[in-house]
Design a protein around this ligand. Structure first.
Ligand code: TPP
Ligand code: MG
Length: 771
């Protein structure tokens, strides 16, 4: 038995070496061997990779189970590629094209890499935190009977120590503590170096306290076996070693054996003589670099000892650039070995010239069977491909709620409530979530129907005490609403994880997240991160704009439509009327489950407005495509009002007032500047490729004269719509909000910010005056 373990450890050490070589070589090849033509630096992070090849060898070839998922430290991406190269799942061609077009990506990417990537990473901190929310999704799926207990996995994040400065990590662990999170391993590559330099000494004592206080087990792997033994045998040496600052340690690692000797002599004097006599310079360097994160025995033992489901933070001490000539140098983050250094490394690692890509090059005949059997064992666990669930859930048609006057925010709550009451698979697979604005974004009725989700039941204390409340607040494992604390980044990471449920777990969820529109900005990178991975969800942002009136400027959003205009993977809809909203929600659900779909962002308002009468359903297609003529222009009309969302009553009133003076005046209801813009640019791109293609924006605007004037108006940055003038070269007078909002009645604010009928009339008049 013991013998088997011993062989495994040796084979793991060999794999560690192979990963160190292949990751360094992949980066070297891209920078020094491949012809890059444009002279741009290719880059890559040899030091960040070398720092964690042992950790990743122990994890991937020993500890990971078939259902475990990993978010890999972005700058260790080449190590992940090397692992798959050894397993046969990554091609040499992709590695040769590392950071090239269509090649292995710089940072692991779910959507672009051809190897299985569980979570994309790149923006530090986010890959860490999403594992926590993915684990919550796993709990949700098992609680709802969509996943067997036996299929549960562990969620692992491989973390750079400087990454621990990202606040989103702490927001996540606080939320995780509330939800009693489990099945998490976060492994810190504690090389005590960031991008710029060595990291601050004082902070590290604190990280473990923070995690412990959030319910985590913290396992520090400071020493490898050899170093631990040496220091345990010599308490004075140990005290001395542990007092070295991060910068001193790194410098000594860089300088090597002679420097260690000099420093020990200087600090400990004669007392250290016996120790120094026993160790030559090479032995000193080898001893002091034997940190926990490089010691296979230590890593394997630590992973083996953490087999329960307690969330665990491993702090694995390492050296950035371990085994490479710039190990420990504070500037080594983006450092690249030069060809001479690379050749020396090749020699030292026993790699023959010309055999650099050979997967098991330098593995001797004796070691080979052990290594091959480890690879064989790991292969089925690590090369599993997800079988995504897409396009399987029937999407019913969603009727518009009745009512002559409605706000889109109220209609949203009503549509969800009706869907909940009607029941069905879609309703059952919806999971809602909100950062403490469930009630104020109108999710309340849905939550009353479907309940809060908690793994362990939580009583509704107010209801039990018979205290009157419109809102039920008891939680069960069957609940369908995940209540979050006020941290918008967590909302988006929750949506990202739930929005990947169909891809990762093969169980499609329809996540709906609500928040106030201005606070999208608070979690913007997490929202971008969700879209980057093609997570699918419905984001409902409400209230929005200065239409919020008395709530004042801090709550009045201005630029989210522009954010959406520039955000891939997210479709912005901004309805004015409840029937448009129902159509958009139905479309959003379809898009969540459609292989070629995307996520949807609905920008809603609390303003109750008179609904329009519809002669037929002809508006619907246009509304879903980005806009439709609410009042048709006559052919070649000279002017049109172009309006979006909550200010539609002002646009309609102005149209009524002007229709006699401006014959043929049209009123274009824009429901998605985002879709209109995309359609316009993609039609142009298609035409440049020789296709005959028009766009919805061109079709709409071509009803007007080429010289027509457009008055655009939205309770948002005017640039959201003003670009429409560029489509056919028509003149534009853009109305919208360009200064921070303030408190006031609607009439006050619309007048002050020029969103009222007078502003529209004046703008139309100016456009029509002869130049
Ligand atoms: C949000 C974000 N900010 C900045 C960066 C640029 N950046 C890349 S890695 C890094 C720090 C690397 O240090 P560490 O996390 O300790 O990783 P190591 O390479 O030392 O393992 C920084 C600042 C980034 N990728 N993401
Ligand atoms: Mg670091």
């Amino acid at each position: 038995m013991l013998k088997t373990v011993a062989i495994d450890i040796e084979a793991l050490k060999t794999l560690d070496e192979r990963l160190r070589w292949l990751s360094a070589w992949t980066i070297h090849h891209a920078n020094h061997i491949r012809d890059t033509e444009d002279g741009l630096k290719v880059g890559g992070h040899q030091a960040s990779c070398a720092s964690m090849t042992a950790i990743m060898a122990a994890l991937y070839f020993h500890a990971l189970g078939p259902n475990d998922r990993v978010a890999v430290k972005p700058h260790a991406g080449p190590v992940l590629h090397a692992i798959h190269y050894l397993l046969g799942t990554q091609s040499r061609e992709a590695l040769e094209n590392f950071r090239g077009f269509g090649g292995a990506q710089s940072y692991p990417s779910r959507t672009k890499d051809k190897i299985p990537v569980d979570f994309s990473t790149g923006s530090v901190g986010l890959g860490v935190a999403i594992t926590l929310f993915a684990s919550l999704v796993q709990d949700y799926l098992t609680a709802h009977g969509w996943m067997d207990e036996a299929d549960r996995g562990r969620f692992v994040a491989l973390i750079g120590d400087a990454e621990l400065d990202e606040g989103n990590i702490y927001e996540a662990i606080i939320e995780g503590a509330k939800h009693d999170m489990r099945n998490l391993w976060w492994i810190v590559d504690y090389n005590r170096q960031s991008l710029d330099a060595t990291s601050a000494d004082r902070m590290f004592e604190r990280f473990d306290e923070i995690f412990r206080s959030c319910g985590w087990r913290v396992v520090e792997l400071r020493y490898g076996r050899k170093l631990r033994q040496a220091l345990d045998a010599d308490p004075e040496l140990k005290r001395w070693f542990e007092k070295l600052s991060n910068a001193e340690l790194s410098a000594l690692h860089y300088q090597g054996g002679t420097a260690w000797r000099k420093r020990i002599e200087a600090d400990l004097g004669k007392k250290a003589a016996p120790f120094l006599k026993e160790h030559d310079d090479a032995a000193l360097a080898s001893l002091f670099t034997d940190l926990g994160g490089h010691c296979m025995e230590t890593l394997v033992e630590a992973f083996d000892n953490a087999q329960d489901d307690v969330p665990t933070l491993f702090i694995a001490w390492t050296i950035k650039g371990f085994g490479l000539p710039f190990a420990g140098h504070k500037d080594n983050h983006a450092g690249l070995m030069n060809p001479t250094q690379m050749a020396a490394l090749r020699e030292a690692m026993g790699v023959r010239e010309g055999q650099e890509w050979e997967p098991l090059e330098s593995v001797g005949d004796n070691a080979r069977p052990g290594v091959e059997s480890l690879l064989e064992r790991a292969r089925p666990k690590l090369t599993r491909r997800d079988s995504p669930s897409r396009g399987t859930v029937p999407i019913p048609s969603l009727p518009a709620p009745a009512g002559e006057e409605q706000s889109t925010q109220a209609a949203f709550g009503r549509i969800l409530l009706d869907l909940s009451k009607a029941g069905g698979e879609l309703a059952d697979r919806i999971v809602t979530t909100s950062p403490d604005v469930t009630v104020s974004t109108n999710l309340g009725a849905w939550v009353n129907q479907r309940g809060l989700f908690r793994r362990k039941d939580a009583p509704d204390v107010f209801a039990q005490a018979r205290i009157a409340s419109a809102q039920k607040w008891g939680a069960t494992a069957a609940g369908q609403h995940i209540e979050l604390g006020i941290a918008e980044s967590n909302l988006f990471l929750m949506l990202a994880a739930a929005g990947l449920s169909g891809d990762i777990f093969g169980q499609r969820l329809f996540p709906i997240g609500t928040l106030y529109d201005p606070f999208i900005a608070r979690g913007l990178d997490s929202l971008n991160y969700a879209c980057y991975q093609d997570a699918r969800f419905l984001l409902v942002a409400t209230p929005s704009g200065i239409t919020l009136g008395p709530e004042g400027g801090a709550h009045q959003s201005i630029n989210p439509p522009l954010i959406a205009l520039g955000q891939p993977g997210l479709r912005h809809y901004e309805p004015a009327f409840a029937d448009e909203l129902a159509a958009m929600m139905q479309e959003a659900f379809r898009l969540i489950d459609d292989p070629a779909g995307e996520s949807t962002y609905l920008r809603l308002s609390t303003r109750s407005i008179q609904q329009v009468e519809r002669a037929d359903d002809s508006w619907r297609e246009g509304a879903l495509a980005g806009g439709y003529w609410l009042r048709d222009p006559t052919p070649n009309a000279e002017a049109a009002i172009v309006a979006m969302g909550a200010v539609m009553p002002e646009a309609l009133a102005a149209w009524e007032e002007l229709r006699e003076d401006v014959p043929g005046l049209g009123l274009l209801a824009v429901t998605s500047p985002d879709l209109l813009h995309r359609g316009w640019t993609s039609a142009q791109a298609a035409r440049w490729n020789g296709e005959r293609k028009g766009s919805h924006a061109e079709q709409l605007l071509s009803k007007l004269s080429r010289n027509a004037g457009l008055v655009t108006i939205a309770d948002a940055a005017p640039a959201s719509l003003s670009w429409l003038g560029g489509v056919l070269g028509q003149r534009v007078a853009p109305l919208g909000v360009e200064k921070f909002g303030q408190t006031g009645s609607l009439a006050d604010l619309y007048a002050a910010y020029r969103l009222d009928g007078d502003a529209i009339t004046e703008a139309v008049a100016e456009l029509l005056l002869p130049a």
